[in-house]
Design a protein around this ligand. Sequence first.
Ligand code: AMP
Length: 272
Amino acid sequence: MQTRADKLIFSGKTTAFVPTMGSLHAGHLSLLRIGKLKADDLVLSIFVNPAQFGPNEDLISYPRSLERDLELAEKEGVDTVFVPTDGALYPHGYQTYVELEKLPHHLCGLSRPVFFRGVTTVVTQLFHIVKPHVAIFGEKDFQQLAIIRQMVQDLKFDIEIVGGPIIRDADGLAMSSRNAYLQDHMRPAALSLSRALENSRKMVRNGIYDTQEIIGGATEILSEFSTITIDYISICDPVTLDGVASVEGRTLMAIAVALEKIRLIDNTILQP
Ligand code: AMP
């Protein structure tokens, strides 16, 4: 991968990069399409990164479908699929981690303490290997995108970071590889996240800006389902992720729940 990246740079070509954990769906493909337009060469990585899973999380059962992923990548015109082994990225004796001081101590970072450290560490490694000019991340993982932007700025990576919009199923469910765990009977509960966000946007359209009131409305919708345990509902500044008392400018609303142990996240922008 590194030799190939060097050759491309030497021949004056630019590279767009989409890092993923595989089990590709239309959300991933939308990022590949953005990448295709952004540079001469398109690299997709598929790596289920052990460093971002906590001890009681789903590293072992995380959905994997490499053969199908490779077919989809080919159809999308991906030039290189990079599939490193665990041992290549974390060889015996590995001991270097990249960690941000503030942004990980919000939202998902509170219940997943090693998650973002794992993400920033693997993305740093991948950036050094793939040497892209532009990298595309989904707004589905809004906090992750904010953290990558901050890391790239702080550590002077010469890489343009592009965010891609959340791709949803026709009924509104944000696409996710983990949706493969959802059984049919769980669908209405899973849909309550996008419904709660839609309802919140409606409240803001109707002139309700008080954060507690909006969160109250969302809590009511999610609480219709006894199978849902709310991790957080946050209305916050989209850059610092600090909570706000009222929706004034462009504001992030993010939700995370466990639905029968399946972690689901979704978010939207609220704007008066
Ligand atoms: P993952 O394979 O879950 O690590 O995701 C790889 C990339 O795809 C990340 O940048 C995600 O934010 C992005 N992504 C995942 N789901 C979606 C979606 N529904 N819409 C847009 N991007 C997504």
